[in-house]
Design a protein around this ligand. Structure first.
Ligand code: NAD
Ligand code: WQD
Length: 341
């Protein structure tokens, strides 16, 4: 039985990954202090998997607590999701982001070394590429840019910390998965994204507007040099993303030498903001109340993944379409409404 530590396992991507780990015979051990998640998410996983989960509720910035966890289990791998992720908030509270996102990571790495635990999968982001100039399809070798927010910077610095730690500890194996835009929910609608407060991301704002939580969606900008004037992103279904973690853990477990690389996780296809709205209207069979507004500061114009490295090394590729993702996000929103009221 392989035990995998899943930090931030009660969060959006963590919950879906816990389900796929269990489906593939792993035993996930969740650490989360629920600062950005709900205990309902745990109930959701337990409904889907019909299993009682191993959960430890504490702050990963507490090194003594992390050490005590490592002394209780013999982990076969670690998936480190726990972090703050709101780009705008990170601009106003940079130290909150640098402290939580980096201290939790250095604590995990310190314990990996002290307890000789191998195989780390780290949640990175396409934000490390900035706004690509020229070709909009980015591969892992594309030039990285100075991220436009402290949040993005924590991902770039996190990758560098792992690289330096692996150089000093050549037995250490790691993969930094650079996610594009995760969207959608589990097909059961038992788990999904649980935005606390007003969502910043597009799809939760679309579904929350349609369910009546906001009057109207504002589309930020209509004159970008793209297919229809709105920005273009690579929207990746969260279940596909979850499976990429399982495949990354499998790869690290079977790889003998120190392996430390970054891998893009996206569909390889760009979809515009207006295309998402049209898809949503078709799938939900209703009109969405939306209008154009000014451009949002710091927005990347267009970016999508070259995902061939994930296929080559992990034998991973996206199986769900963006339509599947929009439909599952809508079903989740409808289900959440029943939980809210
Ligand atoms: P999320 O906020 O839903 O999940 C993160 C979880 O970590 C939450 O449950 C939170 O309570 C927990 N957490 C945070 N700090 C903690 C700490 N110090 N101790 C214990 N628990 C703590 O976020 P998510 O969308 O699931 O993202 C997971 C990871 O993926 C993050 O590292 C994020 O930066 C990265 N990522 C997310 C996206 C995205 O759009 N969702 C895109 C690229 C990368
Ligand atoms: C997508 C598009 C908006 C909301 C952010 C982070 C990035 C990564 C993913 C973690 C943009 C437009 C949005 C709205 C809109 N996270 N939009 N109206 O900007 O690609 O990336 O999340 O690593 O680091 O920056 O995602 O969902 O916020 O926006 O028009 O109300 O939707 O302008 O073009 P983004 P997003």
């Amino acid at each position: 039985m392989k035990h995998i530590l899943v930090t931030g396992g009660a969060g959006y991507i963590g919950t879906h990954t816990v389900v796929e780990l269990i489906n593939n015979g792993f035993v996930p051990v969740i650490v989360d202090d629920f600062r950005n998640s709900s205990h309902l998410a745990i109930q959701g996983i337990e409904h889907i998997t019909k299993q009682k989960l191993l959960i430890h509720e504490f702050d990963l910035c507490d090194l003594i607590a992390v050490k005590s966890l490592f002394s209780r289990y013999s982990f076969d791998g670690i998936i480190h999701f726990a972090a703050y992720k709101a780009v705008g908030e990170s601009v106003n509270s940079p130290l909150k982001y640098y402290t939580n996102n980096l201290q939790s990571l250095t604590n995990i790495l310190a314990c990996m070394i002290e307890f000789q635990v191998n195989n780390l999968v780290f949640s990175s982001s396409c934000t490390v590429y900035g706004d690509p100039v020229g070709i909009k399809e980015v591969s892992e070798n594309s030039e990285k840019a100075q991220p436009s927010s402290p949040y993005g910077n924590t991902k770039l610095i996190g990758e560098n910390i792992i690289e330096d730690t692996a150089k000093a500890n050549p037995w250490l194996k790691s993969i930094c998965l650079r996610y594009f835009n995760p969207v959608g929910a589990h097909p059961s609608a038992e788990i999904g994204e649980f935005p606390i407060g007003k969502p910043n991301n597009l799809l939760p704002f679309v579904t929350q507007t349609a369910i009546g939580l906001h009057e109207k969606l504002t589309v930020f900008g209509n004159d970008y040099p793209t297919v229809d004037g709105s920005c273009v992103r690579d929207f990746i279904h969260v279940v596909d993303l979850a499976n990429a973690h399982v495949q990354a853990i499998d790869f690290l477990n079977s790889h003998k030498d120190g392996f430390n690389e970054a891998i893009n996780i996206g569909t390889g296809k760009g979809t515009s903001v207006l295309e998402i709205i049209n898809l949503f209207e078709k799938i939900s069979n209703q009109k969405l109340n939306w209008e154009f507004g000014p451009r949002r500061d710091g927005d990347v114009i267009e970016i999508f993944a070259n995902a061939s490295k994930a296929k080559e090394l992990l034998n991973w590729e996206a199986k769900h379409t963006v339509e599947d993702a929009v439909l599952s996000a809508w079903n989740w929103e409808i289900n959440l409404k029943q939980k809210r009221f």
